[in-house]
Ligand binder design. Structure first.
Ligand code: ATP
Ligand code: MG
Length: 180
C-alpha cells in the first residue's frame, strides 16, 4: 500500500486544483518559505480525518478554506482527495485503488466520501484504522513540534498525548458535564 496522489482544491494556499503524485519510497517536498509545503502535510492529515484545528495550524476549522489574496477572492469550500494504492489489500475494501475525500463548506457543512460515495467520518477512520496510516500510526510531526514537546510542562505534555489519542474532546465534555 502506498499513497498515489493528493489533490487539493481551495485548501489553504492551494486555490486552484493541484495534484501531487507520489511514488513508493520517500517523498521530499521542497520550496521557499511560505510556499505551501506544510499546507500539503496539513491536507494529508485533514483528509485522513484530523479534527483538531490547532493540529492544522489554524484557530478554527474554517481556516483551511482558501481565504483569498489581493488578486483572488476567498473560496466557499476546501476539498482534498487522497488516492491510495491498495493492490496488496492492506485496506479492508474490495478495490485496488481507494480514494478518500473530504470537503468543508464555509457555510458550515462537511462531506466525506470513499471512492466517490458519500460516507461518515467514522467510515474513513475505520477503513484506515488497521492499515498503519489511520489514527494510531499516522504520525505527523510538525516544524518546531519536537522542541515544543521537549520544553512542555507535564500538563501540556499530557495534553499532546490526549490530543493524539483523541481523548481530549471527551475529557472536555466530561469537565463540562461535571460543572453543571
Ligand atoms: P516554511 O518553509 O516557512 O515552513 P511552508 O512552505 O511550509 O513554509 P506553509 O506554512 O505551508 O509554508 O504556507 C504558508 C502560506 O499559506 C502563508 O502564505 C499563508 O498565508 C498561506 N495560507 C494558509 N492558510 C491559508 C488560507 N486559508 N488561505 C490562503 N492562504 C493561506
Ligand atoms: Mg513549513
Amino acid at each position: 500500500m502506498h499513497l498515489k496522489t493528493l489533490t487539493l482544491r481551495g485548501f489553504k494556499s492551494f486555490a486552484s486544483a493541484t495534484t501531487l503524485s507520489f511514488e513508493p519510497g520517500i517523498t521530499c517536498v521542497v520550496g521557499p518559505n511560505g510556499s505551501g509545503k506544510s499546507n500539503v502535510v496539513d491536507a494529508l492529515s485533514w483528509v485522513m480525518g484530523e479534527q483538531g484545528a490547532k493540529s492544522l495550524r489554524g484557530g478554527k476549522m474554517e481556516d483551511v478554506i482558501f481565504a483569498g489574496t489581493s488578486g483572488r477572492p476567498p473560496l466557499g469550500r476546501a476539498e482534498v482527495a487522497l488516492t491510495i494504492d491498495n493492490t496488496d489489500g492492506a485496506l479492508p475494501i474490495e478495490y485496488t485503488e481507494v480514494t478518500i475525500s473530504r470537503t468543508l463548506f464555509r457555510s458550515g457543512g462537511s462531506e466525506y466520501a470513499i471512492n466517490g460515495s458519500g460516507c461518515r467520518l467514522l467510515d474513513i477512520q475505520e477503513l484506515l484504522s488497521d492499515s498503519g496510516i489511520g489514527r494510531e500510526m499516522h504520525v505527523v510531526v510538525g516544524q518546531g513540534q519536537l522542541d515544543a514537546v521537549l520544553r512542555a510542562t507535564p500538563e501540556d505534555r499530557r495534553g499532546f498525548v490526549e490530543e493524539a489519542a483523541g481523548v481530549l474532546k471527551h475529557r472536555k465534555r466530561k469537565e463540562k458535564a461535571l460543572r453543571k
